[in-house]
Design a protein around this ligand. Structure first.
Ligand SMILES: *Cc1c(COP(=O)(O)O)cnc(C)c1O
Length: 371
């Protein structure tokens, strides 16, 4: 347990080997390996049930779900988003030839600050792309109100939000589209994979076409699509993992609660909030370190944990708006809260199989580095 480099920030939940092999056996027998086969269909149907929503399209990964959702909505001009996220969110916008306009985040839950959103809307704005960062649910009522008032589309980056429920409903049904990631490092995974959830069946048909080269029929290709189909082996992993998702969420909850008990009263550490009306998925355990009050900086904590073989991550640092590939393009002073948080945040290891003893060890190292 206390050996070097043994505690990663995340570790995928795996189904029983034989359970997965049972699904793979069917694929072997059928020789149907990809292109919307039986496992793809079964998995898609299982997700429809889980999310209680008809519109579900599967993808190779979460990024392609985001990128092709923006394309399917046929957007122009500017998209309002936040820079406190993974590269994918911003890249999906830029790769569609759209301009990201960065809105600041709320200091409490790190999602888009809706009080600063409306002033960023111009006659070029076509959509809002908020992120349920760490699985924290955005202020969806206010986003909905603003989007309706200005006729904007809403695409949620829900990559962190698998299993999250808001007012007793899945977050998959929010906005025009909600996109999930099933990457190995996420709460729920299909090795690599993703999904887009939507209400409008026509949008679903467009997404299906775009993930398959824009092919409408054997002799008709009328869209410039990509190849973003989920293969059968990934769908099989999804089928297995979905059977055990409730158990995985319960285990994550126990880990997060132990962290909370040990860290909640520590001066200079801000923890992720408990949100009203939200059933959390305990996707991440971020702490925001105030150097003066805590007695060590975020980077010092990061180093101390690394020395002890604990792989914390600076999620999300740097802000996407300051990436080298965007050098000189965006004004970081427009998002002061995002900048402040990104310089102080650290996410601690959290996965279903992390033992409570390991959580105690991590907190011990963390608290020992105070000067
Ligand atoms: C993981 C992630 C993505 C991209 O998902 P992939 O499945 O890795 O392509 C997008 N947005 C956020 C916020 C993520 O964390």
């Amino acid at each position: 347990m206390t050996q070097k480099n043994t505690l990663f920030v995340t570790r995928p939940s795996m189904p029983d080997f034989d359970e997965y092999i049972k699904e793979v056996r069917d694929i072997w027998d059928s020789r149907w390996l990809t292109n919307m086969g039986a496992k793809h269909q079964t998995f898609q149907e299982a997700l429809r049930q889980y999310w209680d929503i008809d519109g579900v399209e599967l993808f190779t990964n979460g990024h392609m779900a985001l990128e092709l959702s923006l394309q399917a909505l046929n957007l122009q001009g500017e998209v309002i988003t936040t820079p406190f996220t993974f590269a994918s969110t911003t890249h999906a916008i830029v790769r569609n030839g759209l301009t990201p306009v960065f809105c600041d985040i709320a200091p409490t839950d790190f999602t888009i600050d809706v009080t600063k959103l409306e002033r960023l809307i111009t006659d070029r704005t076509s959509a809002i792309m908020p992120v349920h960062v760490y699985g924290n649910v955005c202020n969806v009522e206010e986003i909905d109100r603003i989007a309706k008032k200005y006729g904007l589309k809403v695409i949620y980056d829900a990559a962190h939000a698998f299993g999250v429920r808001y007012k007793n409903k899945s977050v998959a049904a929010l906005g025009d589209v909600s996109c999930f990631s099933f990457h190995a490092t996420k709460v729920f995974h299909t090795i690599e994979g993703g999904a887009a959830c939507f209400q409008d069946p026509e949008l679903g048909a467009e997404l299906y076409r775009l993930k398959n080269f824009g092919i409408r029929g054997p002799e008709c290709v009328d869209g410039v699509g990509a190849n973003a189909k989920m293969n059968e082996f990934c769908a099989a992993m999804g089928i297995c993992n979905l059977r055990h998702i409730d158990e995985a969420l319960t285990k994550r909850k126990a880990v997060a609660e132990r962290y909370c008990e040990l860290l909640k009263d520590v001066d200079g550490l801000q923890l992720n909030p408990v949100q009203k009306d939200v059933a959390s998925n305990y996707a991440y355990f971020p702490i925001v370190v105030d150097e003066k009050r805590f007695g060590a900086s975020r980077n010092e904590v990061f180093e101390a944990l690394a020395q002890a073989g604990i792989g914390a991550r600076k999620y999300f640092y740097p802000l996407t708006s300051t990436f080298d590939c965007f050098y000189g393009r965006y004004d970081v002073s427009a998002t002061p809260v995002a900048l402040h948080v990104s310089k102080r945040v650290l996410t601690l290891p959290l996965y279903a199989d992390l033992s409570l003893t390991d959580v105690e060890y991590i907190c011990e190292i963390l608290l020992k580095c105070r000067r």
